[in-house]
Design a protein around this ligand. Structure first.
Ligand code: S3P
Length: 436
């Protein structure tokens, strides 16, 4: 095991109580970006104090935007207008955040100045041609490293033209990069998606006063629009809640309430998958939070059965497969995942990370290029490597709650990118989990 930070986790008590999950990562990134580009002052409540989203906020400070933090999870953003960003002094560090880098690529391609986007070790291995290609078609000039990898060197001062673009991979990040560039392009930009993805960029552009037409799988906007400041209330992140949904489902005697979780239908594929597996999850106190549907999720332990995960659900649960693998490991009968090759290019190769980790705990997992079949069984103690991937680390902390020994989870520091305080929250709910 490396000397990087790790956790030791084992069976705790039944999970009980009421939990407040931190703010949504996707919404927090976008809230800072659009508030920075708007005319006027916007206030963001429920901002995720994670490393990813803080990196995005720091980048906008480097681009000349004044951002105040009156209290944790709040930001006051003094928008500079779509034409008000300043040339940065040095490279812009997106940290671990693919969302930050890809969305910023679209925005910065349209600026009059040059910029360089860099990231950490994991982000430096993630594919960027998927954004560089459509942006080049719009007239942008972006150099990548060999293989289409970061850093991205973006040459400013290029006039952009609108595009009618059909996504090659289901990716809200690529869609958003093209729409952000489209805001500055001549004429109209249209993005079409074979499989609809999360639509926060579209919803938020509209909340900031842009004229944008959108429906699942389609978005169209005209370049040259201005944005108007508005206040944003960020809902709790469904992807963070997912670990508790699975944990309470698999630990006998559990009953947990997760308060006011964002339930955008493009994010909640895991709810449907878990319910198909027999999970007992109810929605209470449904309301709206910043234009997004939210509800308390009440989850009680229930015996799960293996399923073939419907492929149509894959984009709607793309970040939830690490959690789903753990549910599958504790079910009755195998679970089959297909059509999920995108998991190989996330913060780690999540199909391999989960398969190897579950094998280290004594299970059989058969991998395919685009999925895996998970054969459930009695989880043993053992050592697993999270490969610096926040969601792999949290998934194995959940798995450990059913293991028959201690699970040592390596390389967990990146949990702070999306879910700072996960370990304390989990321990408070009943997990046995400590840093070592
Ligand atoms: C995100 C989109 C998804 C998701 C990521 C956040 C976003 O990535 O995995 O965690 O905020 O747009 P892709 O668009 O690459 O699928």
């Amino acid at each position: 095991m490396t000397n990087k930070q790790h956790w030791i986790a084992s069976q705790g008590r039944p999970l009980r109580g009421t939990q407040d999950i931190p703010g949504d990562k996707s919404v927090s990134h976008r809230a800072v970006m659009f508030a920075a580009l708007a005319d006027g002052v916007s206030r963001i409540d429920g901002f995720l104090e994670g490393e990813d989203t803080r990196a995005t906020a720091a980048i906008f400070s480097q681009l000349g935007v004044r951002i105040e933090t009156p209290s944790p999870s709040q930001r006051i953003v003094h928008g500079v207008g779509v034409d008000g960003l300043k040339a940065p002094e040095g490279p812009l560090d997106c940290g671990n955040a693919g969302t930050g880098m890809r969305l910023l690529a679209g925005l910065l391609a349209a600026q009059p100045f040059d910029s360089v986007l860099v990231g950490d070790e994991s982000l430096s291995k993630r594919p960027m041609r998927r954004v560089a290609n459509p942006l080049s078609k719009m007239g942008a000039r972006i150099d990548t490293e060999e293989g289409g990898l970061p850093p991205l060197r973006i040459h400013g001062g290029q006039p952009l033209r609108g595009i009618d673009y059909t996504l090659e991979v289901a990716s809200a990040q690529v869609k958003s990069a093209v729409l952000l560039a489209g805001l500055y392009a001549g004429g109209e930009t249209v993005v079409r998606e074979p499989h609809p993805t999360r639509d926060y960029t579209e919803r938020m552009l509209s909340a900031f006063g842009a004229q944008i037409e959108f429906s699942p799988g389609f978005a169209r906007l005209r370049g040259g629009q201005r944005l108007k400041a508005t206040d944003i209330a960020v809902p709790a992140d469904f992807s963070s809640a997912a670990f508790f949904l699975v944990a309470a489902s698999i630990v006998p005697g559990s009953e947990l309430r997760l308060r006011a979780v964002g339930l955008n239908p493009r994010r909640t594929g895991l709810l449907e998958a878990l319910r198909l597996m027999g999970a007992d999850i109810t929605e209470e106190n449904a309301s709206e939070h910043g234009g997004e549907p939210v509800a308390d999720l009440v989850v009680r332990h229930a015996p799960l059965r293996g399923i073939k995960v419907p492929e149509r659900l894959v984009p709607d649960m793309i970040d939830e497969f690490p959690a789903l693998f753990v549910a599958a490991a504790c079910a009755e009968g195998p679970t089959v995942v297909r059509g999920a090759a995108e998991l190989r290019v996330k913060e780690s190769d999540r199909l391999a990370s989960m398969a190897n980790g579950l094998r280290a705990l004594g299970l059989r997992v058969d991998e395919t290029p685009d999925g895996a079949t998970i054969f459930p069984g009695a989880l043993q103690g053992g050592e697993v490597d999270s490969h610096g991937d926040h969601r792999i680390a949290m998934a194995f902390a959940v798995a450990a709650q059913r293991a028959q020994g201690e699970v040592r989870i390596g390389d967990v520091a990146n949990v702070a990118t999306s879910f700072p305080g996960f370990d304390e929250l989990a321990a408070g709910a009943g997990f046995r989990l400590r840093g070592a």
